[in-house]
Design a protein. Structure first.
Length: 433
């Protein structure tokens, strides 16, 4: 199929300028496109229009934003219809989350789609990159855009789905190396989207037969990881009962090319793994490995606390320090962090909960219901238990000599030096070892 000039337009709108959205916008803006970003956060808009990235710890992003600003190829607005009306390609990367009852929360993306529909012009292509339950791109959002805009799906405007498949702290690298899965509402949508990604990212493409296939593939990736981690956590607990070191087991087992055991840990957090399995569960996959794995991984916080109680007894009035508010190492991201589960469960036991995280301010930590504690504070000497949740690089040189009253260190990521801690007379516990 020949792509006509209107569909090779150099103008792109990116709706949602978070960590992934801004990176996509900056990459497009440095690869020959004029990019109009849209976000409801005025501070984000202002920052980008000053040539500054509001995202930290994403290698190369600040330079790309500054360069695009200098070249006048990237701008931002809080008026989504305005950005959309100036582009023939519209990328949607607005989060879909789950609420406290694990129901899918469409609040932000529904609002974004309504605004997109107000600005879309005939002949445009909309590509959703947000991870979605299969069927939503067409049935929820395609229909809504048709209803509001009056344009016909597949003829007046085109629709594609291409899930983001990147990892924090290496998004730019991943955009270059991971194949881009692309599905379309029809053949023309697929070809226009494929042409755009080939030109804008230069990466390998995997064209699939439908929007639903592309949607399903992304959720399936996350379910695979969740199930694998749950298996590792289940085996780790059994290994403890058998007196076996799970780290050794994994190294030995994974020397066989068909074994890919993940590492056990204190829990699973972030925007992806603890959330996206519910996109299947809430659509009918209510039995089997997928929901069971969610239960196993969410119980790991409780399991960790029970290990502490087994070693030192009742925790009431104990001072417990959690290292890492983030869900994983070296990333400032608290979404679904195991630390949040630990805080709630420890407070139920009348524990004095402290949190240290070099990536967060004291005010931010307070907002999550814990008391911040600097490792340079003299109160460190009053800590009874230390729990490692996120192994930030700053913790690789932590001095446990200062924890003079510490009874136990629970290494939730199996990263700390057991011998060093034990030699100080502090009990050391980990997951599966």
């Amino acid at each position: 199929m020949t792509i006509d000039q209107s569909h090779s337009s150099q103008n792109v709108a990116v709706v949602g300028l978070g960590k992934i959205g801004l990176t996509l916008a900056a990459v497009f803006a440095n690869n020959g496109y004029n990019v109009f970003g849209a976000d409801i956060n005025n501070d984000v808009v202002h920052s980008i229009n000053q040539g500054k990235s509001h995202i930290e710890n994403e290698p190369g992003l600040a330079n790309l934003v500054a360069k695009a600003h200098q070249n006048n190829t990237l701008s931002a607005t809080n008026k989504t219809p305005e950005a959309v009306s100036q582009a023939n390609i519209i990328i949607v990367i607005v989060p879909v989350l789950v609420d406290e009852q694990d129901n899918i929360n469409y609040q932000f993306i529904d609002l974004a789609v309504q605004e997109i529909a107000k600005g879309i012009k005939k002949g445009s292509l909309i590509i959703f990159e947000t991870t979605l339950p299969p069927g939503d791109t067409k049935n929820r959002f395609g229909r809504k855009i048709t209803e509001i805009s009056g344009l016909q799906l597949g003829t007046d405007f085109y629709l594609a789905y291409s899930p983001e498949r990147v990892y924090s702290n290496r998004i730019i690298q991943d955009l270059q190396t991971y194949p881009k899965v692309v599905g379309g509402i029809n053949e023309k949508s697929l070809e226009i989207a494929s042409y755009f990604y080939k030109k804008s990212l230069g990466c390998e493409l995997i064209k699939v037969s439908s929007l639903e296939t592309a949607e399903f593939a992304k959720v399936a990736e996350c379910v695979y990881r969740d199930v694998n981690i749950a298996l590792a956590n289940e085996l780790a607990q059994f290994a403890e009962k058998q007196g076996v070191n799970m780290s050794e087991v994994i190294a030995a087992s994974n020397s066989q090319p068909y074994s890919h055991l993940h590492a056990p840990g204190i829990g699973v957090g972030g925007h992806c793994i603890p959330i996206y399995p519910y996109f299947f569960i809430n659509k009918g996959l209510t039995k089997g490995l997928t929901p069971l794995s969610r239960e196993i991984n969410d119980r790991m916080a409780n399991y960790a606390i029970s290990k502490i109680e087994k070693e030192i007894g009742a925790l009431k009035s104990k001072n417990i320090l959690i290292l890492g508010l983030s869900y994983r190492e070296n990333v400032k991201e608290p979404t679904k962090s195991t630390t949040l589960l630990l805080i709630d469960q420890l407070k139920d036991k009348k524990v004095n909960v402290w949190v240290n995280d070099p990536l967060f301010t004291d005010h931010e930590i307070l907002n999550y219901g814990a008391t911040p504690l600097s490792l340079k504070d003299k109160l460190v000497a009053e800590i009874d238990v230390v729990i490692l949740q996120a192994y930030h690089k700053e913790y690789s040189t932590i001095n446990f000599n200062q924890f003079i009253n510490c009874e136990l260190v629970l290494d939730g990521r199996n990263k700390l030096n057991k011998n060093e801690i034990s030699q100080l007379g502090i009990k050391y516990e980990s997951i599966g070892n």
